[in-house]
Design a protein around this ligand. Sequence first.
Ligand SMILES: [Fe+2]
Ligand SMILES: [Fe+2]
Length: 558
Amino acid sequence: MPLAPHSNAGSTMTLEAITTGATANRHRRAAVAAAQSLVRWLASPFVVIDTADGSVVAPQAQLPAFDWSQWNATLAQVAQVGRPALIEEEDPVAILAVPLSSAEPATLVAVSAFLTRPVHTSADFQRAAQVMRRPVDELWNWSQGRKVADPTALEQMADLVLAKLAADARIATLEMEVDELAQRIGASYEEISLIYRLTQNLKLSDSRETLAQLALEWLAEVVRTEGAVVQFDCPVTPRDIPGCTAPPTHHRVGACPLDETELGELFRMYEQDARHRPVVVNQAVTRDPAWRFPTVRELVIVPISEGSRVYGWLAIFNHPLGQEFGTSEASLLSSIGTIIGIHAANADLYREQSELLADVVRAMSSAIDAKDPYTRGHSDRVARVAVRLARQLGCDDETAKVIYLSGLLHDIGKIGINDDVLRKPGRLTEPEFEHVKTHVTIGYKILKDLRKMQHMLPVVLHHHESWDGNGYPHGLKGDDIPYLARIVAVADSYDAMTSDRPYRRGLEIERVDAILRKGAGQQWDARVVEAYFACRQEIAEIVNRGVDDNELAQLQWS
Ligand SMILES: [Fe+2]
Ligand SMILES: [Fe+2]
C-alpha cells in the first residue's frame, strides 16, 4: 500500500488557505496541521468537514464531488468518539473519516475516499455510484492511476498518525514548558542574585545615591533595556525632605532617551499611578501620535519608597529588540525600588540619630565650658583642631566624626571637679592638681554606660597620657596610648598653651611651636606633632575663627 510520506501540492494549498483566512484560529490551525499529516502519511487528499453544521472547511477537488452531508450523522459520531472509522464501504470504494481531535470543540473530521481493489471497467462502480450518489464515470475517472489500499490497514494507519500527532504535540508542549521554565529559572536566579547583592550593600554609611548607582549597573546586566534611571526628588541634605524645593538628582546607566527636564515631566505625569503600583507602558500607548515622549517606546516606572514616603523613581527605557516589558521587569524593579527606599529611610533615621547625638554632645560640652569660664570654648577648639590633625594624618570621615565628638567631650569629667578648684585664679596646689586629674576617670564613668558614647571613651580616659609614660591616669607609653587620644592630647595642649588664663596670657605661637617640637617623642606622639607643623597655619586660623557651623556640617553626619 502507498502509505509512505508524500506531498500533495493541491490539497496542501487548499488547507493552508484556511489558516490564513479571517476565521482561522488556533484550533482550526491545529486541525489543518493534522489533516496535512494525514495527506502526507496516507498519500490521499482529504476534505475537512465541520460536523457542527456539515460545512466543508477545506474542500478537496481531487475527490469525487460527494455530497458529504449524507454522512453527516456518522461523521459527527466519529468526531465524538475520537477514533478513525470507515464510514462507507461499497466495493471498490471505501470512505475513511478521521477525527481531528486536537481541535476543540471536537467537531472537525478529515474524510477521504480510497480504492479497495484493482478495477478494470467503469462497470465495477455500478453499485458504489448508486450508494454514494455520484455518476459511474466520475468514480471511474477518479480511480484512474489511484493505488489500492486495504481498508483495515487504512484505519490502523490513521490511528497511528493520530497517535503520532498527539505525541508530537505533547513533546512540543513539554519542550516549550522546559524552555519557559529554564528561562524563568535563569531570570529568577539573576533577579535573586541582584537583590542579594543589593542587600549586601545596604551599609548605612553608603549613601542612597551610591546604592542607586550600583542598582542601576546591576539591573542593566539582568534586564534587557537600553537605559535605566533613578530620580531622587530631593537631594540628600539633613532634614530637607519635607517641602523640598531643590531640583531632583539623577543617576543613569545606558542610553536614557530623555533629558532631566523631560524625566521630571514624565515622572510627574505618572506620579499618581506609579505611587501605588508599577507603571508599564508599551507600544500600544507610545505609538499614539499624541504620546508626549516620542523617543520612548517601552517603559517601566516604579517608586523608590518606604511606607508612604516617596523618595523618587526608578525607570527602564526601551527594550533593545522592541519587545514589550511585562510583569517580570515590573516586579524586579519594584523590589529594587523598595530596597533603595528602605535604605533611604534607614539612612534618614541614622542621620537624625547622629545629629541628635551631636546635639547632645555639644550641649554637654557647653555645660563643661559654663562650669569653667576661664576655658570657655576650649572643648570646641580642641575638637576642631583635633579633626584637622586627624585629617592631616589621613583619617577617614568616620574617624573624623569620632574625634570631633571625643574632642568636645574630652573634659566632660570636669563636671565632677569642685568649682572653687576649677575657678581658682592662681596656680593649683599639689592636692588640688591631683583632684583635677581625676576628671579623666570621672568622665569615663559618666560615659561608660552610654552605648552611643563607647567609641569616645579612649579619648576621655587617656588624653592626659604622655608618650614617655609619665602621664595619667594609667601611665601608658607610646603606641599603647589609644591613637585618637594621642591626637587629642596635642590639640588639647595646643589650646591650653595658646589660651589666656587668669594667671597668664596665652603663649606666643613661636613659644608654642618650640614646646611642641621639644615634646615630640617625649610628651606627644612625634607623628602627631609633625602633622601639626604641616598645617599649623590652618590650625591657628581654626582657633581664631571661633565656632563655625558650616565647618561642622562638612563632617556630614549621615
Ligand atoms: Fe583634660
Ligand atoms: Fe582639655
